[in-house]
Design a binder for this molecule. Structure first.
Ligand SMILES: Cc1cc2nc3c(=O)[nH]c(=O)nc-3n(C[C@H](O)[C@H](O)[C@H](O)COP(=O)(O)OP(=O)(O)OC[C@H]3O[C@@H](n4cnc5c(N)ncnc54)[C@H](O)[C@@H]3O)c2cc1C
Length: 440
């Protein structure tokens, strides 16, 4: 069996590792020329994603991933724009009998991508874009465009038994399968960046001391922030960090310094006119200034505002949020082409689910393709079985990730703004009362 994967992001590389380990021939076509060139911030891998990675990756790579990550926080504190605690989301109950689940991990996106690409040189074709495909009853013909110089390309075709769209939220392959876009803009943009912990005020440290926070304020804006310190919070003993992580981090060019990773989430209509659409093309200093202004104009107070104001401008970037329709995930009949991750079910980052869900998809698809390779099912039936799981998991991830956007959107209407101004302090006072009662 020969599999072509369109896209060497998180899900595509995880699947390639699993297929290679299972002895299935695989080729990954990745548009990026350099795996570190497209950035990103911190990705959250929940316990089920870690279990999937243990199945897909060789043990040495699993250790390398743990060595380069911080133990993830389960809980999240929901605050208002004045940093008052509204509610603390409880950690999920440990699952089932047997070994307790791994704690979640938080990992820098570039670090995770480099770990997943380890030892894939023979199957990973960088600078190569999948431009079209034609599937028939016996296989798939995939058209590739390879960049040989910045302005020069060559086109070629490869034949395979199965094509997997792992090309992210604007997937051309999945759109072709669905006969239309698989994701649409949510109307929200994110501005994200890093702030060194040395730059934090004592109050800001206090607010983040108990874990991640999501703050919701009036006027269609929110803020996510989380402490990220792989050295302090490593799940492995320092010996193993020294042996593995420092080398890995050094080689990957990723700094292990402690920092706060934050993202301002704003309704595009709440940003100065027209800015939502072209935020990504602006210099980082300007993007940071827009984020700070958005919080200041809506009455956000210190210490939350300072998390953003004190950021290193070089780390700041903007993203527009897309989402799939949870009722129409993978709305195509099973064939020799399928999709995983954001290509099938794009999620905004507000649920912390994008990377984890892509990895879990990869593990399910890898398992069913192994059955097909062993002759236990046909390739199309393997895809059919996989897509049943994909639809349920994808719909849950999209719904969960859209929820915080719904809260933020509610504060943007005149009625919502009044509700936010009145109800958030009331809810805050009520929550604080409940906590005091519990402490007695
Ligand atoms: C640059 C970037 C930064 C991100 N930062 C964050 C973040 O900070 N926090 C967070 O929670 N989520 C972030 N995300 C989203 C998160 O990484 C995804 O939800 C998660 O990785 C889903 O994995 P995936 O494999 O489905 O898609 P991705 O990891 O997005 O990978 C898709 C890959 O496909 C490649 N590609 C696209 N089209 C083609 C094509 N036609 N042919 C070949 N290759 C193609 C892309 O270059 C990309 O490498 C980011 C995504 C990107 C692309």
């Amino acid at each position: 069996m020969r599999v072509v994967i369109a896209g060497g992001g998180i899900g595509g590389l995880a699947l390639a590792q699993g297929l290679k380990r299972a002895g299935i021939e695989v080729l990954v076509a990745e548009r990026d020329v350099d795996l570190t060139a497209t950035g990103g911030y911190r990705l959250h891998l929940r316990a089920t994603a870690l279990q999937a990675l243990r199945v897909l990756l060789p043990p040495s790579l699993v250790e390398r991933l743990y060595a380069a990550s911080a133990a993830g926080h389960y809980g999240i504190a929901v605050r208002d724009h004045r940093a008052r605690l509204l509610v603390r989301a409880a950690p999920p109950a440990p699952a089932g009998p047997g070994r307790p689940p791994d704690p979640a991990l938080d990992v820098d996106r570039i670090t995770l991508r480099l770990v997943l690409a380890d030892d894939l040189d023979d199957v990973l074709q960088l600078g190569t874009t999948v431009v079209a495909h034609t599937a028939d009853a016996h296989g798939v013909t995939v058209r590739l465009r390879e960049a040989i110089r910045p302005t020069e390309h060559i086109e070629s075709e490869v034949r395979c038994d199965l094509l997997v769209a792992a090309d992210g939220a604007r997937s051309t392959v999945a759109d072709q399968l669905a006969g239309g876009p698989t994701a649409t803009p949510t109307g929200f943009s994110g501005i994200a960046g890093w702030t060194s912990v040395d730059a934090l005020s004592d109050k800001a440290r206090e607010v983040l001391a108990t874990g991640s926070l999501l703050a919701v304020g009036p006027g269609g804006a929110g803020l996510y922030a989380s402490w990220h310190d792989p050295a302090r919070d490593s799940p492995l003993h320092p010996h193993h960090r020294r042996d593995n992580a420092d080398g890995a981090l050094g080689a990957d060019g990723v700094s292990p310094v402690a920092r706060v990773i934050w993202g301002v989430i704003a309704l595009e209509t709440a940003l100065p006119t027209g800015l939502g659409a072209d935020l990504r093309s602006r210099p980082p200093e300007q993007v940071l200034a827009i984020a700070v202004a958005a919080l200041r104009e809506r009455g956000w107070t210190q210490p939350l505002r300072s998390l953003v104001e004190r950021a290193d401008p070089a780390t700041v970037g903007a993203f527009s949020f897309l989402a799939a329709d949870p009722d129409h995930i993978a709305p195509w009949p099973a064939s020799r082409a399928t999709a995983l991750g954001d290509a099938a079910h794009a999620v905004p980052p507000t649920g912390g689910r994008g990377a984890a869900t892509a990895v879990e998809d990869a593990a399910d698809l890898c398992a069913t393709l192994q059955q097909a390779a062993a002759g236990e099912v046909t390739a199309v039936m393997a895809v059919h079985d996989y897509e049943q799981q994909l639809r349920a998991r994808g719909a849950a991830a999209v719904r969960e990730s859209l929820q915080p956007l719904g809260w933020i959107k509610g504060t943007a209407t005149p009625a919502g703004a009044v509700t936010a101004r009145l109800a958030l302090p009331v809810a805050s006072a009520a929550a604080s009362g409940v906590r005091k009662l519990r402490r007695r």
